[in-house]
Design a binder for this molecule. Structure first.
Ligand code: FMN
Length: 363
């Protein structure tokens, strides 16, 4: 059953930031905390379930998620300077039946009139960011609140930016290190790097996670700035086993966790064939998430845990993609995920953590 979403797609990102959260996240009910007993990035958390970077746009959303029992919430991606959000709308329902294959995604999808189960949406924000002085104050206040909630782990997600088309690779790496440092100073429990944003437009030709060498250089630069704070990288779906192996061999030893997947990118059109999202042509493609991408998150979870074993590595695996029911959570845990997260499913069901905990009390 779909509830009123806690992030309201009918409002702009800025209205959500100022007025949200909504629906069940605004009911004022705090669920009781349970004993911290699951290891996650150097802490013990109460339960291995959370919300990945996205719908929790600020501390008010993060607090509401924590009060509803999402024990591993991630603060939406931020940058080293202010960046405006892509034009509204940023979320639309799309028409997909069953699994979204990569071939179907390449051919393109059509939007629907309303949200329905199984939930399938596209999202396109362009990873906006308030200026660092705004988000840092917000995260600091969140961390003061989090002190009273020992079984929950707060992560801050960052992304480096080429602030101009002629920015050098050196500038780009320095920007990643800077934004990670800015986040680290807020006292978050861990930092996640978005190596997989599909909504960047012209400045990004290829997802960073598909360039293992540059990803590693960035991580090494960040490590120098953040000391021992646990570091997680968020990646997209890898079609090729060889490419995934090369990525894990290069990046795996440098990080504490790998989160997969981000969205699957697809051209999205209206029924009349025109571009669904307003703006330039670059906005024809956007990220698809929800139930149809579960197969891809599960597949990556299995491959990442198998590679971890084979290569003798220690990173945690954070399974993301298409979790909308307790059974989906179970499937990810059975596939080896240390922690499971839901963005789209949680957005329309603020009680998802409670339902999963009731169905599987032992995780
Ligand atoms: C509204 C919304 C906003 C998102 N924003 C971000 C973001 O800022 N950074 C990021 O790495 N992923 C972002 N994502 C992607 C999610 O973290 C997740 O990887 C993806 O949606 C797949 O999970 P799901 O099927 O549970 O939604 C966003 C997803 C949604 C639904």
């Amino acid at each position: 059953m779909l509830h009123e979403p806690f992030y309201d797609p009918d409002k702009t990102y800025y209205e959500n930031w100022e007025e949200g959260p909504f629906g069940g996240f605004a009911d004022g009910v705090t669920l009781p905390e349970s004993e911290p007993r699951f290891d996650f990035l150097g802490r013990k958390i109460s339960y291995p379930f959370g919300i990945p970077a996205g719908p929790l746009v600020n501390a008010a959303f993060m607090r509401a998620a924590m009060e509803k029992g999402f024990d591993a919430p991630v603060y939406k991606t931020v940058r080293s300077r202010e960046k405006k959000c892509n034009e509204w709308p940023n979320v639309l329902p799309v028409d997909v039946s069953g699994d979204l294959t990569l071939r179907q995604a390449a051919a393109g999808l059509t939007v629907k009139d309303s949200y329905a189960e199984p939930l399938a949406i596209t999202n396109s924000f362009g990873n906006p960011s308030y200026p660092p002085e705004v988000w840092r104050k917000d995260v600091r206040e969140l961390m003061a609140y989090a002190k009273g909630r020992p079984g929950q782990a707060v992560s801050g997600m960052v992304e480096g930016t080429r602030w101009s088309p002629d920015a050098s690779e050196k500038d780009f790496i320095a920007d990643w290190a800077e934004v990670a440092k800015l986040m680290n100073e807020t006292g978050v429990h861990s930092i996640e790097l978005n190596l997989s944003c599909p909504n960047e437009g012209d400045l990004v030709k290829r997802l960073l996670c598909y360039d293992a060498a540059l990803s590693a250089t960035i991580i090494e630069a960040i490590r120098k700035k953040i000391g021992a704070t646990p570091l997680v990288v968020k990646v997209s779906y890898f079609e090729s086993d060889e490419e995934l192996r090369a990525f894990v061999e290069t990046v795996g030893p440098l990080v504490d966790g790998i989160a997969a997947i981000n969205t699957i990118s697809a051209p999205v059109r209206k029924a009349d064939g025109t571009q669904a999202l307003p703006g330039g042509e670059w906005r024809l493609k956007s990220g698809i998430c929800g139930a149809p991408v579960k197969w891809a998150g599960l597949d990556m979870t299995k491959r990442l845990t198998a590679l971890r074993k084979e290569l003798g590595m220690r990173y945690s695996v954070i399974g993301v993609g298409g979790v909308t029911t307790p059974a989906d959570f179970r499937a990810y845990r059975d596939a080896g995920a240390d922690v499971v997260m839901s963005a789209t499913g949680a957005m329309w069901n603020p009680y998802l953590a409670r339902e999963i905990k009731a169905a599987y009390p032992d995780g």
